[in-house]
Ligand binder design. Structure first.
Ligand code: ASP
Ligand code: MG
Length: 402
């Protein structure tokens, strides 16, 4: 009879968890603990601290329009530095360890540079190294296209690497960062925010798209597709955790959380044909609308800049170009304040109550858009934080039921 296969765990460590040498050593000790507990460990690592932001900024100092391929070459280097240093730190703990790039792990993507999607994972080298008893340290956020180009998976994409590997290896997936799970609002902005014990993939995905920074949206979508549970925890093991899984218990209010995106634009088209042309132009610029409403007479297309991007001239340029198209009748710019939960589309009166709260906290909404589990208001960026706090107080703390 075969022996019980050893459990494999994929642990992902974010940039703040490996920001300096002391923290790298801490992570190495956590990995050693898991390994000594009997599990095989694959650790996916992000670039150290703010490395990726610094590299993006550097590229834009060289040129206003960095080539997307060369940008991917540059950004993928951040994770390679972290993986090699972490492998050294794990070896210093007395364990065998091997670092592998995304390409070496068999992470195959499409060729959409800067925002590639994983199409297949062939983790042979990971499996070989695990079979030899090695801890495998993987550079997150990157893969390789069929044409053997190095690609990156979009900001926050190390989460996606972790989920893809967990799916390919039949492993559990733990996401470590400096917060002990997913909160009902960003605790730095809304002091009443509280940790959520369990969330469905759908709610988590909607929260991520609405601007919550804990998990990358693509990672959550991939986890849902493969039915994988995600455990979000703090790197030092203190505090609680959030479990993201298919069916989360519904003992909470019908609004799970609030989130904001500081840069959003509602592009207005003269008619549906104008909207179609605008959406096509956005797609050429690799931008995907959050929501679209169209009828024969007019259409609105909502887009927002990635929350992780401190600078993104490409987004601003693409949006300005679309705004100037013949089918466009202008654009509304603001911040997007959203509530997320099953109440959206289920609670009569929710939109009215939502509008009233936004208005009462000092902002006449420029627009209100319901999409899926999300209800968003486009507001003056100056009032984003008070609006989020007021929405949290009314819909999360108090509950969505009248
Ligand atoms: N280092 C990349 C970023 O900053 C990927 C990641 O952190 O997951 O977006
Ligand atoms: Mg991240």
């Amino acid at each position: 009879m075969d022996a019980q296969p050893t459990r494999i765990v994929v642990q992902k460590y974010g940039g703040s968890s490996v920001a300096d040498v002391e923290r790298l050593r801490q992570v190495a000790r956590r990995i050693a603990q898991a390994r000594q507990g009997g599990a095989h460990v694959v650790a996916v690592v992000s670039a150290m601290g703010k490395t990726t932001d610094q590299l993006v900024r550097l590229a834009h100092e060289v040129t206003d329009t960095p080539d997307r391929r060369e940008l991917d070459m540059l950004l993928s280097a951040g994770e390679r530095i972290a993986m090699a240093l972490l492998a050294m730190a794990v070896r210093a703990e007395g364990l065998a360890a091997t670092s592998l790039t995304g390409s070496q792990c068999g992470i195959l993507t499409n060729d959409s540079a800067g925002n590639a999607r994983i199409v297949e994972v062939r983790p042979f080298r990971v499996q070989d190294a695990l079979a030899q008893g090695h801890v495998v340290i993987v550079a997150g956020f990157q893969g390789t296209s069929w044409r053997r180009e190095v690609t990156t998976l979009g900001r926050g994409g190390s989460d996606t690497t972790a989920v893809a590997l967990a799916a390919a290896l039949g492993a559990d997936c733990e996401i470590y960062s400096d917060v002990d799970g997913i909160y009902s609002a960003d605790p730095r902005l809304v002091t009443a925010a509280r940790r959520i014990d369990a969330l469905s993939h759908d709610e988590t995905l909607a929260l991520a798209r609405a601007g919550a920074k804990v998990l990358a949206a693509d990672a959550v979508a991939l986890a849902r597709m493969h039915g994988i549970a995600l455990y979000a925890r703090r790197t030092d093991g203190t505090g609680g955790e959030t479990v993201v899984r298919l069916d989360a218990p519904r003992d909470r209010p019908w609004v799970s959380g609030v989130a904001g995106r500081p840069h959003a634009v509602l592009l207005r088209a003269r008619d549906a044909a104008g909207a179609e042309a605008m959406i096509a132009a956005l797609a050429d610029a690799h931008l995907c609308p959050l929501a679209v409403t169209a009828d024969a007479a007019a259409a609105d297309v909502l887009v927002a800049r990635d929350v992780a991007d401190a600078v993104d001239p490409a987004f601003d340029r693409a949006v300005a170009a679309v705004e100037a198209m013949p089918g466009s009748i202008g654009a509304l710019r603001g911040a997007l304040a959203s509530i997320v939960g099953p109440a959206v589309g289920r609670e009569p009166g929710l939109i009215t109550a939502f509008r009233e709260i936004v208005r009462a906290s000092g902002a006449e909404p420029l627009a209100v858009v319901a999409h899926g589990l999300t209800l968003s208001a486009l507001v003056d960026p100056m009032v984003l934080t008070p609006v989020l706090a007021a929405l949290h107080a009314r819909f999360v703390a108090e509950g969505a039921h009248a």
